[in-house]
Ligand binder design. Sequence first.
Ligand code: WTA
Length: 675
Amino acid sequence: MGNNTFNIWAIKLETVKLWADLKNMPDENISVLLDEKRVFKPSEKFVNETNVKQWMDEHNIKNLEELHKKAEDREWFWKEISKDLVEWYKPYDKVVEWEAPWVKWFVGAKYNIVHDALDKHVKSWRKNKVAFIFEGEPGDVQKLTYNDLYIEVNKLANALKKLDVKKGDRVGIYMPMLPELPIAMLACAKIGAIHSVVFSGFSALAFRDRVNDCEAKVVITCDGFWRRGRKVYLKQQSDEALEKAPGVKHVIVFKRTGDAVPWTPGRDVWWHDLVYGMPKECESEKLDANDPLFFLYTSGTTGKPKGIIHAHGGYAVGTAYTLKWVFDLKDEDIWWCAADIGWITGHSYIVYAPLILGATSVIYEGAPNYPQPDRWWALIEKFNVTTLYTSPTSIRLFMKYGEEWIKKHDLSTLRLLGSVGEPINPEAWIWYYKYIGNEKCQIMDTWWQTETGHCVISPLPITPLKPGSATRPLPGLSADVYNEEGKPVQNAGGNLVLTHPWPGMLRGIYKNPERYKETYWSKFKDTYLAGDVTRKDSDGFFWIQGRADDVLNVSGHRIGNSEVESALVSHPMVAEAAVIGKPHEIKGESITSYVILKGHITPSDELRNELREHVGKEMGKIARPDEIWFVSDVPKTRSGKIMRRVIRAKALGKDVGDTSTLANPEAVDEIGKAK
Ligand code: WTA
């Protein structure tokens, strides 16, 4: 392994140790479960009733091994799988066409994902089935049936057409967790426009960069929303972003809070005015299955986020397949993916996959611990949620609040649990299993990325589980762990790679094919580099340790070290900055920064706060550094590259290794003193 990768892995082990230290948990059962290293198996009854088992029976497949084996015939597998999930307007000629690194799935098919998400349901018994149960933070509840959703989407789609939005045009969406967010996304998809959703927790400037990069013609936002009992004024933020976004011709504003908002006549239009009187029918555009559905920006190792492109057909099949098999989704389920729609998890598992499967899902607007730490448990009880999908950060937060908040509620409807976004430490896994799942729910620890579109390494509900491992690649998907030379390795840390194309695979980075090739396909020939350090054990189980590159994972959110550094340096008093991640008991990783001020500036606590807020303004609150240290220098190579690896090792009190290549070894001591 390269030094860099190895080092991060060491830090991850340290993180696990930290969690273990934190363990002073009085609960003896937890320690017993942990020590036992037992494999957690689902009950036979449960297995027999799963979607995957049913499919295996229908295909005469006796066990999981055989299933994996059969699925290696990918053409056959995806043909069989897609048959049950999607309806093409015109059938495909070929399942997959792979000219590395470019892929096409279901080649020749005519398709629109909205047909499967809505149009087909309103012609079936599901027409009046509830699609979304929405609860606002103040407690307001709204239930939308498939037919309600269909009508709202059609009206908005017609309205977008009236604003001259056409197939292939980009629409920027800056909205919180309201049902209107999926409505806006589906309306774009319906007419073949490409949506680019920006997480509502991102700052105005972050929104501006993304809107400009994707050259959006129209923006959809809302007046504001509720967060921790307070209102967030999103329209103001959107206006600030659009001061320098000349390409945006119209802004559609949904009214959520009803407060007065700044208004630009001629550009701004209220959602309700716009859709008033619009026809309730709008035919879905018959697209090519490989036409783009959306862009979603994600952080990489440079300061500029990447606009990841996903396409209609493959993405529909991949997301629906994984939701149906991994989470065993059935018509009776009440599904709750407690992520934000502004991230890929929400795109795939709140919007598209559940709708394709005709499910009923919960959408919750607010903070998990508002007004009290049992808000989520109250929601599960109130709506009879059967499946919960969340992140290790949330689980650790609830662990901190203690079990008494859970015991107030009846969570007996839960039958399956999920985790995503970051490695789940065994401690949190066991706690989730014991207190939320009442020792009867299997936990699906799903590994995937914005780029993969859907789960890739994940258990099925019939898989025996080892806490902390995402188990194995799902049937039809293939991953491995390679050393630096590109050789598969076992029982040692290495690079996580995906060895064959998969249906939900990204189709590129918008306007940047070179970066696409360089980032994912240049290290190993025709093999996708995921950017995570991983170990594969003797049973072939994958243990994902964390990022191998300069990307932080804070509360399951990807943030590029260099993005935060650029934000700091954009402050007029800052000359240079270096940013590293440190293990954090709840967030997984916290952001620590070392800042060199311009010559004449004196460090102060005031300035420290100002810089924190400055990063918040540039990027969004989640990217604000937890620690800011003022230093006179940071370790650099002779060519001037900041050595984050050395800084991190020093900050964590570890061996910094060979510093002979440094131009300024004395800067290392200064990092050590910044405590
Ligand atoms: C991390 C989120 C360990 C990983 C869906 C990956 C995980 C990055 C897991 C992608 C998991 C996601 N175990 N690590 N189960 N799931 N990750 O694009 O580092 O926001 O590369 O997609 O999150 O983050 P992204």
